[in-house]
Ligand binder design. Structure first.
Ligand code: SF4
Length: 336
């Protein structure tokens, strides 16, 4: 067990965790909602520090991040656990593992070993992904400090349900995030056992600390596919994060406790058409589609050609469109 960050003591040796907006008050011997932070003798400990359950190498496009080091590979790391309980979770076997099984799974790998692995593989980034990086913050934090010294960037693929203080503390350590915007507040309540307001605050804080931001909206037919919800989300993103913020509309497939039919491509296209009124970079994911490529918003030249999760070709020159010179927002330092 590793001493946790972001908690305070309460009466009767209880502790309160401040890592995410759930603010769990935890009795001695118990864990919080995520199942990976335990009160032992009046102190809070992380049960998943240096215990990755999943280690893989992915194209950065799989996160999805389309404007962050396109065409590179990333070392993907996850532990078990999540602070949400989405009925449609695509990785529920590991995200819900502690809650369903009442125990932790994973192999022993220290932050030093993770960084050495990334160096040996020659990847420019480590992605904290698949489950929810918020709940294994301490593991990320120690690894990120070491990785920074070796010039390796850090990516969070997150539900955004993270408190402000931990995000601020990660200033200079988180280089890019892809945040899930799941739907209306009702959707968060009914489907995810959470609420939406903290996601907006987290996004504004990521902007404040200078992390590159992309948004994913996984659309489930009849639950979060209304024109009103999609329009509101896109307007908020444009007004608060900027119209150059990429958004990825992603197809849902039946999983875990959700048995709605898969998302039709036409639904994703309708969402993309709404988004294009507000945002410059609108993508359709989880399915092969023309809206997988990056086009210049000014002269419409194709700038990055993709096949699924793989960037095939980039025309960008120093992050600019070679046709009209338009600067394309993102982090573009490596050739594809
Ligand atoms: S990180 Fe876990 S223990 Fe902490 S407040 Fe969130 S759900 Fe509760």
């Amino acid at each position: 067990m590793h001493k946790a960050m972001f908690w305070s003591s309460k009466a009767d040796k209880k502790v309160q965790c401040h890592l995410c907006p759930r603010e769990c008050i935890i009795d001695v011997g118990k864990t919080g909602f995520c199942g990976v932070r335990q009160n032992s003798g009046g102190s809070l400990y992380s049960l998943v520090y240096a215990k990755p359950v999943s280690i893989a190498i992915d194209p950065i496009e799989k996160k999805p991040l389309f404007h962050f080091l396109p065409g590179t590979r990333t070392l993907s790391i996850a532990t078990v656990g999540c602070n949400l309980a989405c009925k449609h979770c695509q990785n529920w076997e590991i995200s819900q593992y502690p809650r369903l099984r009442g125990k932790i799974a994973g192999e022993d790998k220290t932050p030093e070993q993770i960084v050495e692995m990334a160096v040996k593989l020659g990847v420019p980034s480590i992605s904290w992904t698949y489950t929810e990086p918020t709940v294994f913050y301490e593991f990320f934090y120690d690894t990120a400090k070491l990785a920074k010294k070796r010039g390796i960037k850090q990516v969070w693929v997150s539900n955004g349900f993270t408190s402000i203080e931990p995000i601020k503390k990660a200033k200079g350590l988180i280089d890019a995030v892809n945040i899930d915007w799941k739907g209306s507040n009702k959707f968060y309540r009914d489907v995810c056992s959470a609420w939406r307001e903290p996601i907006k605050k987290a996004l504004l804080t990521y902007k404040e600390i200078g992390a590159w931001i992309e948004i994913t909206n996984l659309i489930i037919p009849t639950l979060n596919d209304s024109t009103k919800d999609i329009e509101q989300m896109c307007k908020w993103v444009a007004e608060n994060l900027g119209k150059g913020t990429p958004i990825h509309f992603s197809a849902y497939y039946p999983c875990y406790k959700m048995d709605k039919p898969p998302t039709p491509v036409a639904t994703l296209e309708k969402a993309a058409a709404i988004a294009e009124k507000h945002l410059d970079f609108v993508y359709i994911g989880n399915t092969f589609h023309d809206k997988n490529h990056t086009f210049c918003p000014k002269c419409h030249k194709m700038l990055i050609e993709r096949l699924g999760n793989s960037a095939q070709k980039t025309e960008l020159v120093d992050g600019k469109c070679p046709g009209c010179g338009e600067k394309i927002p993102g982090v573009f330092r490596q050739k594809v």
